[in-house]
Design a protein around this ligand. Structure first.
Ligand SMILES: Cc1ncc(COP(=O)(O)O)c(C=O)c1O
Length: 363
């Protein structure tokens, strides 16, 4: 019987399972957001996030889910007469394009089939027209379990189109996958915390470049809640423009510290190891990974349902017997694929248990 007080352990690609010790961080006594205690929490958290994202530029803490930052980067950094090249390889990258349109901006989409990657060559061909001052990318497309070759893309962009601003949705990439913000030359990269940070949903972070912040000065009608200039005004005081979700920031502080202690190279290696394990398991069971091997994500795996199993029935059984669920396919891939998250605080032992239970149901 469904009871939200006793939810299943989550192997869906977000929100993911949260450790009890992380949940406890959200129950700490609250702080006054204009008092020095909060500023201490804020400055320590931002300093750790800068290390996690390899940036010395700006980190803004947003009391919103990541969707707010889709809107934030567009409304802050794109003039109405500029054309944005939005790359689209699945549900979330397409949504980024539609959000840009809904903000009244001009968008052209560079689209590939779901499950395929956006490559540097494809972007180069479009950028060569000289038409686009802005590019949007998704680091890790959660609907298809695909990681775009963002290092290659960024190398090409920096070399050939250094003046183009690059906005990156790294919602299901951040922490689980390498991300060197300054070296990549990105202008805005944002993520929510319910994926690899393994924190309950409702909060987002954004890295913002100096030049993106500068550009926002000249863009009219930026709104208020996501106005980068408002964030910048209180940055030196280690505050946010409005009352933030302080419990989320406490949890973020705790998790950022844990990831730094583990070491980012180790965190990424752990994700790769879990991903390899899940992919090999799936292949041994007769399932194909949806993206090509070189683009398969290390934070979640999407399998084609090549054996035509009844995904809903397997999940129902897992829920009844083990109070656990994994992800079905997203949107138009609902019954054609299924997804298993292996990010954040998930460990190999958790995955082995889950995959064993799935095997019992399908064989
Ligand atoms: C790649 C990607 N971008 C954006 C979003 C939207 O994030 P949120 O639900 O935190 O607003 C998601 C949510 O799953 C996502 O996976």
């Amino acid at each position: 019987m469904i009871d939200w007080r006793n939810p299943p352990k989550l192997f869906i690609p977000g929100p993911v399972h949260v450790l009890p010790e992380v949940l406890q961080q959200l129950a700490r006594p609250t702080l006054g957001h204009r008092l020095k205690d909060y500023s201490q929490l804020h400055s320590e958290t931002v300093a750790m996030l800068k290390k996690l994202l390899f940036t010395e530029q700006h980190i803004f803490l947003s009391t919103s889910s990541a969707s707010g930052m889709w809107e934030g980067c567009i409304r802050n950094c794109v003039q109405k007469d500029e054309v944005i090249l939005c790359t689209s390889c699945g549900a979330f990258s397409s949504k980024f394009a539609s959000v840009a349109k809904s903000c009244g901006r001009q968008v052209e989409e560079l689209k590939v089939e779901w499950g395929q990657a956006i490559t540097a060559e494809m972007i180069d061909e479009k950028m060569a027209t000289g038409k686009y001052p802005i590019l949007t990318l998704v680091h890790n497309e959660t609907s298809t379990g695909l990681t775009n070759p963002v290092y290659e893309i960024s190398k090409m962009m920096k070399k050939k189109y250094p003046d183009v601003l690059v906005f990156v949705d790294t919602v299901s990439g951040v922490v689980g996958l390498p991300l060197h913000f300054d070296e990549l030359g990105w202008d805005v990269a944002f993520a929510s915390v319910q994926k690899a940070f393994s924190i309950p949903p409702g909060f987002a972070i954004a890295a913002v470049s100096n030049r993106a912040l500068k550009k926002s000065e000249s863009v009219p009608e930026r709104g208020y809640y996501f106005d980068f200039q408002e964030f910048a005004k209180v940055e030196a005081k280690d505050q946010t423009p409005t009352t933030p979700s302080i419990p989320h920031i406490m949890a973020l502080h705790y998790q950022a510290n844990r990831f730094l202690e583990e070491g980012m190279e180790n965190v990424w290696a752990r994700h790769k190891k879990m991903a390899d394990y899940v992919r090999n398991w799936g292949r041994s069971q007769g399932f194909e990974v949806l993206p090509e091997e070189q683009y398969a994500s290390n934070t979640l795996t999407t399998f084609k349902n090549t054996r035509n199993i009844d995904i809903a029935a397997v999940n129902k059984a897992l829920r009844e017997k083990h109070n656990t669920v994994f992800g079905n396919g997203y949107g138009k891939l609902k019954d054609l694929t299924f997804r298993i998250a292996h990010m954040g605080d998930t460990q190999m032992a958790d995955l082995k248990e889950l995959l064993g239970w799935i095997e019992e149901e399908i064989n």
